[in-house]
Ligand binder design. Structure first.
Ligand code: 13P
Length: 282
């Protein structure tokens, strides 16, 4: 069933684990992730960035094939189809109109007052339609070091103001994680994470899940994180497996065999990630 993330994240928050948000890039990855999550009987958030959506033919194509997969595969787990880093109200509206059940409005490049304004607009369109909304405060960088991105870390005050003025359902505060590959060691501000968790009643989201050591992931969950976004990690394991397959099978040209040679790698990693996110479940 395609649902918003509210119930799944409330449960995660109550029982101190994190729901996995996996970014999807094509039909095959979506199938692999859904299949594995159905086997594990766990809810899942499928994240779709604007770029990935364009690559797959647009929001309507994505929403249509995800819905069709749920039906064809007789899926029983809750699945949330979530726009990742929507850059404007218009983009969020387009995803919602196409059938997405959740959106992230990322107005974190704007001043806080503008971030609030744009986020508010998205919430007032999304909520009456039953669509959940995630927002970002501070700014989460890409392929950078935690030290360099520190200047963009969220403050407790800004997190509180954004939440109170917008009534979002989940918040991604920038606290040292970055998207993609880290330069140096990830260095998360767990103290501030805990402070934000204690100040706000809503679940917190950790972006840039790739490359963070297991112990730090567990500490982040204990410090209030209920949703963790993973994108690059699945790209790394998939491309490694496909590269090895092509090395060993130089005559292969069937795209189904080439793409599918990364299936086990994705499913194995998905399983490990879900288990890690539930390691401290209460
Ligand atoms: P990674 O690519 O670092 O896993 O980050 C994913 C993410 O945060 C998507 O929003």
């Amino acid at each position: 069933m395609l649902v918003n993330f509210i119930e799944m994240l409330q449960d995660a928050k109550a029982h101190q684990y994190a729901v996995a948000h996996f970014n999807i890039n094509n039909l095959e990855w979506t199938e692999y992730i859904l299949e594995e999550m159905e086997t594990l009987k766990r809810p899942v958030i499928l994240g779709v960035s604007e770029g990935a959506s364009r690559y797959m033919g647009g929001f309507l194509v994505v929403a249509s094939f995800v819905k069709a997969l749920l039906k064809t595969k007789k899926m029983t787990i809750p699945v949330c189809l979530h726009l990742d880093h929507g850059s404007s109200f218009e983009v969020c509206k387009e995803a919602i109109d196409a059938g997405f059940t959740s959106v992230m409005i990322d107005a974190s490049r704007h001043l806080l007052s503008e971030n609030i304004q744009i986020t508010k607009e998205v919430v007032s369109y999304a909520h009456p339609l039953g669509v959940s909304v995630e927002a970002e405060v501070g700014h989460i960088d890409s392929n950078a070091s935690s030290a360099d991105s520190k200047a963009f870390n969220a403050t407790v005050e800004d997190a509180k103001t954004l939440y109170e003025k917008t009534e979002i359902d989940a918040l991604a505060p920038a606290l040292g994680s970055v998207h993609g590959l880290y330069q140096g060691e990830p260095n998360l501000d767990f103290d501030r994470m805990l402070e934000i968790k204690e100040t706000l009643p809503i679940p917190l989201v950790l972006h840039g899940g790739t490359g963070i050591e297991d112990e730090k992931i567990k500490k982040a969950i204990a410090s209030g994180i209920s949703k963790i976004n993973i994108n690059t990690e699945l790209q790394l394991v998939w491309s490694k497996a496909v590269r090895a397959f092509l090395e060993e099978n130089k005559d292969v040209y069937d795209p189904r065999k080439i793409i599918g040679s990364g299936k086990d790698a994705i499913q194995n990693r998905v399983r490990e990630i879900v288990m890690l996110f539930e390691a401290g479940r209460m």
